[in-house]
Write a protein that binds this ligand. Structure first.
Ligand SMILES: CC(C)(COP(=O)(O)OP(=O)(O)OC[C@H]1O[C@@H](n2cnc3c(N)ncnc32)[C@H](O)[C@@H]1OP(=O)(O)O)[C@@H](O)C(=O)NCCC(=O)NCCS
Length: 204
């Protein structure tokens, strides 16, 4: 019998990981998010150009209400929040998850961090929490990541998550003024469940 995913999935409470909190974005996050989405070095391999504060505010308003995964194309774009020594928490990046195919029980994952918070394992920690939702709570069959094959840190992150390279499409998209390649990485539910990563699932 084909296992069916448990849908709809409603994002009703933040996900706590060892060091982070993943939650829906709110209007007061705009400055933190603008701090990295406005940077050319951060968005180099993203599908968009550096954003103005107004563009970030518009996006945050849209993402803030995207809390349900029910039909194909539904997504979560969560704020990745870190407590700071100075007091209040700070949004250091965002974590993306899309229900990309209902028929084939497939999701898609994505990530961005502020450069001040890169190379400390935060993206890995946030992505593991999203994969735990995808595989352990929703029960999807497969999760993919599409990336620019020049994006070394993103490829390294896929590999840390146990994702395998499955395709390299050559000049398959018009990307920032030129034809660009796409790399495709993926992990199956059974692969996720068979790794020790299940022990690092979010606590709720
Ligand atoms: C892609 C991106 C999120 C990866 O970020 P990252 O900081 O390299 O990834 P992590 O936060 O998981 O950190 C991993 C690094 O921290 C180290 N690390 C330290 N503590 C760690 C821990 N507890 N767990 C895992 N790794 C840890 C790892 O060894 C690794 O170091 P290395 O880069 O020297 O190998 C980041 O480069 C980014 O935001 N880029 C711009 C946006 C972008 O291109 N997004 C993707 C579009 S497809």
């Amino acid at each position: 019998m084909r296992p069916e995913p448990t849908l709809p999935y409603e994002f009703t409470a933040p996900i706590h990981t060892e060091r982070l909190r993943l939650r829906l974005m709110v209007e007061s996050d705009v400055d933190d998010i603008f701090a990295y989405q406005s940077r050319e070095d951060v968005v180099r391999y993203e599908l968009f150009e550096p954003r103005t504060r107004e563009q970030v505010a518009e996006k945050v308003a849209t993402y803030a209400t995207a809390s349900s995964l029910a039909i194909e194309g539904d997504y979560l774009q969560l704020a990745v929040e870190l407590p700071t020594a100075e007091g209040g928490p700070r949004v250091i990046g965002d974590s993306y998850f899309k229900l990309s195919s209902l028929e084939n029980s497939r999701g898609e994952i994505g990530w961005t961090l502020h450069p001040d918070f890169m190379r400390q394992g935060y993206a890995t920690e946030a992505a593991r929490a999203m994969l735990a939702v995808a595989f352990e709570q929703i029960g999807l069959h497969r999760v993919v990541a599409e990336l620019d094959p020049r994006n070394g840190p993103s490829i390294a992150l896929c590999r840390r998550l146990g994702m395998r390279e499955e395709a390299h499409f050559v000049k398959d998209l018009w990307f920032k003024g030129d034809w660009g390649d796409t790399g495709m990485y993926a992990i199956l539910r059974e692969e996720w469940l068979s790794t020790a990563q299940i022990q690092r699932s979010p606590t709720g």
